[in-house]
Design a protein around this ligand. Structure first.
Ligand SMILES: NC(=O)c1ccc[n+]([C@@H]2O[C@H](COP(=O)([O-])OP(=O)(O)OC[C@H]3O[C@@H](n4cnc5c(N)ncnc54)[C@H](O)[C@@H]3O)[C@@H](O)[C@H]2O)c1
Length: 459
């Protein structure tokens, strides 16, 4: 594996780097082999790039090197096809030195006090900085607050590189004809897991380089796997773009969650209203209510900006309010369930409740920040005897914010439960059958829209 060239600072050197991308001799490293990194590797491999995957999780590295997948929607055959194109996984970060491009896809969660947990990004860049050399492109893909690329990635590369003469390329800062800088960019991941309508390649890739050469290099690399690239003027503009998208979703979901709670006492079906409003050909995009928001993005990313806003003395009121409304939804769902049980002469205390779906959204095997986990804990606290079913999770143990230790209950004899709650509307659930077998159905997703039954309570 010969790297394309040891550095880029002149137009000719950049041309040579771009030729390596064109001819697929470029070696690409992807750090973080999770829901974002692994599909990215497969796209690169499909385009005949030689890819090395890096992860601190030895079990993931081992699985991939044995051609096994640990993500539901990725078939082992796709991993094996990538292997045939030269893909291998490793925990040996010394191999970073052989890469021409390094794409970082590590987690960016929240601390318990809603501040950004940057520990994964910091440990990644500190781990790889000793191996970086002039001529490489480093791209951060993890969602984060504006300023991260400059404040953490660029700063760490320059700090570690000082003794070795390695620094980040910056416009106008390089006069020599020799190659003497690392190109750095930010390019947010915009994947929508479970979305079968928009192929990943058709999601335009936003790119903001620290300088024009970094932008050009990243545009060339991503342009060979995505149908469209969208260069912006800086990493911070690209970081803010991703947050705008997710905050837009978060705020609009909070709005419909609030309107759902208002519509209920008014006797109005909020889903009917959203569908009617969605017929307007302009100025309206439908968002749907639910038991709260989950996943790695919507419940987390807005707080990254909120935290940064405070450093500028700005209060991000929309973000705070949306977070408040969405976080209150599990309580609303539990209270609605308690009221429904009382109406049928029962009580939540001691009730046998079956929760359908613990994944954070339909048809995904991801339960990070899932509102179902919060609802289960609240039901248990209220004295209910809770079971769950989820075809994607045979069992659930403990995580950052939960400790459930439960196994999935078979979807049968539903009449033994006082109530069945649809919290995640997986498409393979037989809803007609579920309703006919159950005594009471709490539907938080409008999954039973086609079924007319007095047993259903939509909330
Ligand atoms: N999952 C999504 O749908 C999605 C969509 C858009 C953006 N994002 C963003 O992409 C980023 C990654 O998310 P994800 O869902 O892929 O996370 P993930 O948890 O599925 O995967 C992250 C991987 O990084 C590895 N890792 C952690 N620290 C490391 C280190 N120091 N060195 C090497 N590997 C390390 C972990 O072991 C894990 O395999 C996050 O910032 C997330 O917000 C995710």
């Amino acid at each position: 594996m010969t790297p394309i060239k040891s550095a880029v600072s002149t137009a000719a050197a950049l041309e040579e780097w771009l030729t390596g991308v064109d001819r697929r001799t470029a070696q690409v490293g992807v750090i973080g082999l999770g829901y974002v990194g692994l599909p990215l590797i497969l796209l690169l491999s499909e385009e005949r790039f030689r890819v090395t995957g890096f992860d601190v999780d030895a079990s993931k590295v081992e699985s991939l090197n044995h051609g096994r997948s640990y993500i539901h929607r990725i078939e082992p055959e796709h991993i094996r096809a990538a292997q045939r194109s030269g893909f291998h996984a490793t925990s040996n970060f010394a191999e970073i030195a052989e890469m021409d491009a390094v794409l970082i896809c590590v987690p960016t969660p929240l601390n318990p006090d809603h501040t950004p947990d940057m520990s994964y990004v910091v440990s990644t860049i500190e781990e790889i900085a000793p191996y970086l050399r002039a001529g490489q492109l480093v791209v951060l893909e993890s969602t984060t607050y504006p300023g991260t690329t400059e404040e953490i990635i660029v700063e760490t590369i320059n700090r570690y590189g000082a003794a070795r003469g390695v620094k980040v390329l910056r416009e106008g800062a390089v006069a020599s004809s020799d190659l003497d800088g690392v190109m750095v960019a930010f390019s947010p991941e915009r994947e929508d897991p479970g979305n079968l309508i928009t192929p990943r390649r058709e999601i335009p890739k936003v790119i903001g380089g620290v300088d024009s050469r970094a932008t050009a290099a990243a545009v060339a690399l991503y342009g060979s796997i995505f149908h469209k690239t969208v260069p912006v003027s800086s990493p911070a503009a690209a970081e803010m773009t991703k947050l705008l998208e997710n905050i837009y979703r978060c705020v609009n979901i909070a709005l419909v969650n609030e309107l759902k709670q208002l519509s209920e006492p008014m006797g109005i079906d909020i889903w009917e209203v959203i569908d009617a409003a969605a017929t307007k050909p302009f100025g309206f995009q439908p968002f749907y209510p639910g038991p709260g928001v989950g996943g790695h993005c919507i419940p987390i990313d807005p707080f990254y900006l909120n935290w940064k806003a405070q450093q500028f003395g700005v209060q991000a009121k929309f973000i705070e309010l949306a977070g408040e409304v969405n976080e209150a939804m599990p309580d609303y769902v539990v209270q609605s369930t308690a009221r429904a049980l009382e109406r049928s002469g029962g009580s939540l205390k001691g009730a046998k409740v079956l929760v359908l779906g613990i994944a954070y959204k339909r048809d995904v095997d991801d339960l990070r920040e899932s509102p179902s986990l919060v609802v289960i804990e609240k039901l248990r606290k209220a004295g209910a005897d809770v079971a769950y079913n989820d075809p994607f999770f045979e069992q659930v143990g403990s995580g950052r914010h939960y400790d459930l230790q439960m196994r999935s209950t078979p979807l049968e004899n539903l009449e033994r439960f006082d109530c069945v709650m649809i919290l995640t509307d997986h498409s393979l659930y037989p809803y007609e059958e579920i309703v006919s077998q159950s005594r009471l159905v709490i539907d938080t997703r409008n999954a039973t829209r086609a079924i007319d039954s007095p047993k259903i309570v939509r909330c």
